[in-house]
Ligand binder design. Structure first.
Ligand SMILES: NC(=O)C1=CN([C@@H]2O[C@H](COP(=O)(O)OP(=O)(O)OC[C@H]3O[C@@H](n4cnc5c(N)ncnc54)[C@H](O)[C@@H]3O)[C@@H](O)[C@H]2O)C=CC1
Ligand SMILES: O=C(O)[C@H](O)CS(=O)(=O)O
Length: 474
């Protein structure tokens, strides 16, 4: 069912040692992938470096045409890709199919955007000088991606990199390699030349160590935890690589007394429980203005109690299993901590009593306080802690009191209040009455310890380009 090979220089490669891949729904092994190491990592960079001259020398139209073929093949294989993703990651099939479409939207967008890499001329300092500013591809790109969005975190890097004329080496998460391998298989089928895309699975630190030390790798693009991001940022200093980091988040979700409470409650369901809460942009702290807190909590809790938990491959499931036992332990630990500190459980409150395994009940906790773990540490699970506030200034101050700065949300029907709050929040993404703002044409990225750089839109293209200034003496 799953290709269990890695792809280097246009060849599908096996390794003696293999790594098991598990289905989080039942803990069973669904297959194995190569345990690639330093040798495979080096071979991948060798291939990408060798392919760079031809690929970067092609026109943006040529590269765009191949990206368009890749886009069509991903479209044709959406159901197969979604089923692979749900089996190795756990998210419900409908969400997995949604992610494939979202992932594919980056391929479509950058197939065109490569044709819009503009330079400029600047008036010279003398009549005999012409100033020309051009953009050129940065070179070989290393992409290291997480398990929670196994498709879109790859295409959000690879599509702009290829459109810019870069070649790439990819290390997907060991939890979800099959989605990545299938995407690369379709790129191969689309006719993207050997060496342009390479994928290696195996121990991440061995592979990353090779890529960090190889000066031909000119750009590292990483999505994952802030902890690992900091390690990679330090390593990139070895030969001053350009780096993009999409790291952790801890999103505040503010509901003012001017909000449409039904809209806000439905919005919180979308933000909080997408991918079972395993997204870097999902609501982690819910701040509700005092006068509407009880009414809002009742509406939200009613919706939470209707959510169905189960195997993502079954119909009608809203929340699948978390990725592994450690993820479950973290959520249960945060629930217990919140209860010990005075939190009141309105819904859920435990690992799933009937399903067991990696399943957790969607949980709502009222009377949350700022000293609780869940109000400070990224949950990455289906836990919604609600606290109240008196004034807008208080809400903004508490919302900004975090080392993270990725996404934030505010629900209000008062335009002036919305603008004031959105402009005051220290976050790279602010959803105003919009619980899922992510889209291919907009810049995705965070302030503070949530990362560096942006992905999506023309901002995402700049991450794979170098600016060159040519001074022309006449
Ligand atoms: N800001 C964003 O867009 C996103 C942030 N995240 C964050 O990532 C975390 C969950 O994803 P995980 O995959 O568990 O994160 P993770 O940081 O453990 O792993 C991410 C990737 O890095 C690799 N990796 C792990 N240790 C490494 C090392 N020492 N050197 C090189 N590579 C290494 C992993 O194999 C995986 O491919 C959460 O904290 C979440 O907030 C996840 C997705 C998107
Ligand atoms: O990794 C994530 O959490 C994603 O970046 C969130 S989104 O792009 O799907 O909104």
């Amino acid at each position: 069912m799953y290709r269990n090979q890695i792809y280097i220089d246009g060849q599908w490669v096996q390794t003696e040692e293999q790594m098991d891949v598990y289905n989080p729904a039942d803990g069973k092994v669904i297959g194995t992938v190569p345990k690639g190491g330093k040798r495979e990592a080096q071979q991948a960079v060798d291939a990408a470096a060798a392919a760079f001259s031809d690929w970067s020398g092609r026109t943006a139209n040529d590269r765009g045409e191949l990206l368009r073929r890749w886009h069509q093949l991903i479209t044709d294989h959406t159901d197969e890709l979604a089923r692979i993703m749900t089996t190795e990651q756990g998210k419900p099939l409908k969400e997995a199919a949604g992610e494939i479409r979202y992932a594919n939207s980056f391929v479509e967008w950058y197939a065109e955007e490569g044709k819009r890499i503009y330079g400029e001329t600047i008036p010279g300092s003398s009549s005999r000088q012409r100033i020309i500013v051009t953009k050129q591809p940065v070179g070989v790109v290393a992409a290291i991606t997480p398990w929670n969005f196994p498709a879109s975190m790859i295409t959000r890097k690879v599509a702009p990199a290829l459109a810019a004329g870069c070649t790439v080496v990819i290390k997907p998460s060991g939890e979800t390699p099959f989605t990545a391998i299938k995407l690369v298989e379709l790129a191969d089928e689309a006719g993207i030349p050997a060496g342009v895309i390479n994928i290696v699975t195996g121990p991440s630190s061995d592979i990353a160590d090779v890529w960090q030390k190889d000066s031909r790798v000119r750009k590292l693009s990483f999505t994952g935890s802030t902890e690992v991001g900091k390690q990679l940022m330090a390593g990139a200093a070895t030969n001053v690589k350009k780096i993009s980091l999409e790291l952790g988040g801890h999103a505040p979700f503010i509901v003012t007394d001017q909000a449409d409470l039904d809209q806000a409650a439905a919005g919180l369901i979308s933000s909080k429980f997408r991918n079972g809460g395993q997204t870097c942009v999902c609501a982690n702290r819910i701040y509700v203005q005092e006068s509407v807190a009880e009414k809002f909590a009742a509406k939200f809790t009613e919706l939470v109690k209707q959510l169905r938990v189960g195997n993502g491959l079954e119909n009608g499931i809203d929340i699948g299993p978390l990725i592994n036992e450690e993820a479950v332990d973290k959520v249960v630990r945060q629930i217990k901590d919140a209860e010990e500190k005075g939190g009141v459980i309105l819904a859920g409150g435990q690992a799933h009593p009937d399903l067991g395994g990696n399943y957790v009940e969607p949980t709502v906790i009222m009377n949350a306080t700022d000293d609780m773990e869940c109000m400070n540490e990224e949950t990455f699970g289906p836990l919604a802690p609600i606290t109240t506030f008196k004034t807008i200034d208080e809400a903004v101050k508490r919302a900004n009191n975090s080392p993270y700065g990725l996404a934030a949300y505010v629900f209000t029907q008062n335009l002036g209040e919305a603008v004031k709050i959105a402009e005051s929040l220290d976050y790279g993404i602010v959803g105003v009455n919009d619980p899922v703002p992510s889209t291919a044409q907009a810049p995705f990225g965070g302030f503070k310890e949530s990362g560096l750089g942006r992905e999506g839109g023309h901002y995402g293209m700049e991450e794979f380009l170098e600016v060159k200034y040519i001074s022309l003496g006449l």
